[in-house]
Design a protein around this ligand. Structure first.
Ligand SMILES: [Zn+2]
Ligand SMILES: [Zn+2]
Length: 378
């Protein structure tokens, strides 16, 4: 999870640019290192404040940051496992000596465990991810058994409430010895989290209370979906084991590469070929954007590898607009006739560019050729 810049600056998420500016000034006066010489903690805090201000005071950066803040799993690799695993076979051996269970009595007794989340990874084409799309997905999840109303008991009635957890499916586990002690909430070891003891099983679901079904869902994917970003569909996960709320469906995105474009956040990157003539004399070229070509003016004397930034022609997401970065390279003709070759030689001989002539001279000192000594870091 990224740092919360709003908390660092002490402003609301809805703060205006003026409020942010005012608060930043206030904090600078308070934490400036000149006022606290040799105080490393203050120096670190000051650095953090500047970092936060740099992002929040820039509306574009702030939008992107807000997007990341709302997508806390972005880039984390996705560890969404929530709830309980359902496998308690090794439960008693590790904690037996130190632990004891307490159930019921507390407010916990009414808590019903939420079902586990289902995590799906969906591959999107580059353009679908950049422009947004609708996608139909099918996945398997556990849904409550209709026959027993999710109880797992025959007719939905052949069960008793578990007396260890008083029906909550969860217990407080006290661990440790007389000095170190910790309390945490764990799955009830007696009923396995169901909160009840089934006396006669539902034959339809063999007592599980749920059945695996295939769910098909149409989801709206907003423009700008990126690798590791995700959307959550509340309640579309697995059924709870004891009648609590179902878990969520988490759809994580994987964006496939594109032949021309690359992206970083909402910014698009494209390589554009230009002719030697355009590089020397300038001209106009067509560069692709996500929907239609953009006419870019190349100034005279443009070097190969030069990058041009076209503002706001990147990905247009509700979380922000990116730029289009166009890196030009000079496309060199590969099949030349003898007269064409002669013209090029004639042309270069005519140029009074010492550097150009030197490039062909392999005996010359490499330092004078490149203008710097490549064997030193300076
Ligand atoms: Zn059933
Ligand atoms: Zn129990």
């Amino acid at each position: 999870m990224a740092k919360n810049y709003y908390e660092i600056l002490g402003v609301e998420k809805t703060a205006t640019q003026d409020e942010i500016k005012a608060q930043y000034r206030k904090l600078v006066k308070q934490y400036h290192p000149d006022l606290h010489p040799n105080d490393e903690a203050v120096a670190a805090k000051f650095k953090e404040i500047n970092e936060a201000n740099e992002v929040l005071s820039d509306p574009d950066k702030r939008k992107k940051y807000d997007f990341e803040l709302e997508n806390p799993f972005a880039g984390s690799g996705g560890n969404y496992s929530g709830g309980f695993s359902g496998d308690f076979s090794g439960f008693s051996d590790i904690f037996d000596i130190f632990s004891q269970f307490t159930g019921g009595g507390s407010s916990r007794s009414t808590t019903k465990a939420k079902g586990t989340n289902v995590v799906l990874t969906v591959s999107l084409s580059f353009l679908d991810a950049a422009k947004g799309c609708k996608k139909e997905i099918s996945y398997k999840r556990n849904e409550p058994c209709q026959t027993c109303k999710g109880t797992g008991a025959k007719d939905g009635t052949k069960y008793t409430i578990c007396d260890t957890c008083k029906g909550s499916g969860q217990v407080q586990q006290v661990m440790g010895n007389s000095i170190f002690r910790s309390v945490k909430t764990v799955v009830c070891p007696k009923c396995g989290g169901k909160g009840k003891i089934i006396t006669e099983k539902c034959t339809d679901c063999t007592g599980k209370g749920y059945k695996q079904t295939t769910t098909t869902l149409s989801i709206d994917i907003p423009a700008g979906a990126d690798n590791g970003s995700y959307i959550t569909k509340r309640g579309y996960g697995n059924a709870s084991v004891n009648g609590g709320e179902p878990g969520d469906l988490i759809v994580e995105f994987k964006v496939l590469p594109h032949k021309l474009f690359e992206r970083k956040g909402f910014d698009l990157f494209v390589l554009a070929p230009i002719s030697y003539k355009t590089a020397c004399l300038g001209g106009k070229i067509q560069v692709p954007t996500l929907d239609k070509p953009y006419i870019l003016t190349i100034p005279d004397g443009t070097q190969s590898g030069k990058e041009f930034v076209v503002r706001n022609k990147g990905i247009n997401s509700k979380y922000g607009i990116g730029d289009l970065h166009v890196k030009v390279f000079i496309e060199v003709p590969t099949k030349l006739t003898r007269p064409q070759k002669a013209k090029i030689i004639e042309f270069e001989n005519d140029l009074d560019i010492k550097q150009l002539n030197k490039m062909g001279e392999y005996k010359v000192n490499v330092q004078s050729l490149y203008g710097v000594n490549p064997y030193e870091d300076k």
